[in-house]
Design a binder for this molecule. Structure first.
Ligand SMILES: Cc1cc2nc3c(=O)[nH]c(=O)nc-3n(C[C@H](O)[C@H](O)[C@H](O)COP(=O)(O)O)c2cc1C
Length: 187
């Protein structure tokens, strides 16, 4: 098995982080990996936000938590009600990829960029976890407040992918068994 496939198989969502920040060089490599994802017609219709300000991270995670607590979905309410639940698991970095609404496939382009970044981070020994509430918040009225945090998201762009990054403070979780029978080979 080569290194790339090994990284893909070993990447796990990390839900406990050390407070120390990830290195600048690693951060730039992770972002570059995102920027090299494929995009429809090569449009690269995205904007990357790197949020590392402790106070803003806390403000945003409180808004996300409140969104879950007031959700119609009982599972989301239950998650947010757990003792000590922190939407970002105290990770020191949040990356958001926002897409240009006028592009051909902004959602797919942004998600592919994020997957590249999750894998790049794993290859560097940096943990990550997708945090979907940031994307949900971006689509609500409260999202206007989220915009007011000054995350540099251009007008006409919406967040399609968000994940936290940092050094793990937990053992690497086991992967769930794969639904490997769900493949049809037509030859
Ligand atoms: C679209 C999407 C949304 C997700 N949202 C969250 C989230 O809000 N919080 C969280 O802790 N994990 C979230 N995850 C991570 C999944 O729970 C995780 O990928 C899944 O359980 C498989 O575990 P693994 O990533 O360790 O392989 C999300 C994953 C995806 C693809």
């Amino acid at each position: 098995m080569n290194e790339t496939i090994r990284t893909i198989l070993l990447r796990r969502s990390i839900r406990a982080y050390q407070p120390r920040q990830i290195g600048e060089e690693e951060l730039h490599e992770i972002i570059q990996a995102g920027q090299y994802a494929p995009t429809a017609m090569g449009q690269q219709p995205w904007h990357f936000t790197v949020l590392q300000n402790f106070d803003l991270l806390e403000q945003l995670q409180l808004q996300c938590k409140s969104l879950f607590l007031h959700s119609d979905n009982a599972d989301l309410r239950a998650v947010a009600s757990r003792e000590g639940y922190h939407v970002f698991y105290h990770a020191p970095t949040l990356l958001i990829v926002s897409g240009d609404c006028k592009a051909i496939t902004p959602l797919q382009d942004c998600v592919l960029a994020m997957e590249n970044m999750l894998l790049a981070a794993a290859s560097l020994g940096i943990g990550s976890c997708w945090v979907h509430s940031v994307v949900m918040l971006g689509g609500t009225d409260e999202g206007k407040l989220f915009r007011s945090l000054g995350l540099g998201i251009p007008e006409g762009y919406v967040p399609h992918a968000a994940a936290v990054f940092g050094y793990s403070a937990m053992p690497l979780p086991e992967a769930e068994p794969r639904k490997s029978q769900r493949v049809t080979f037509v030859r």
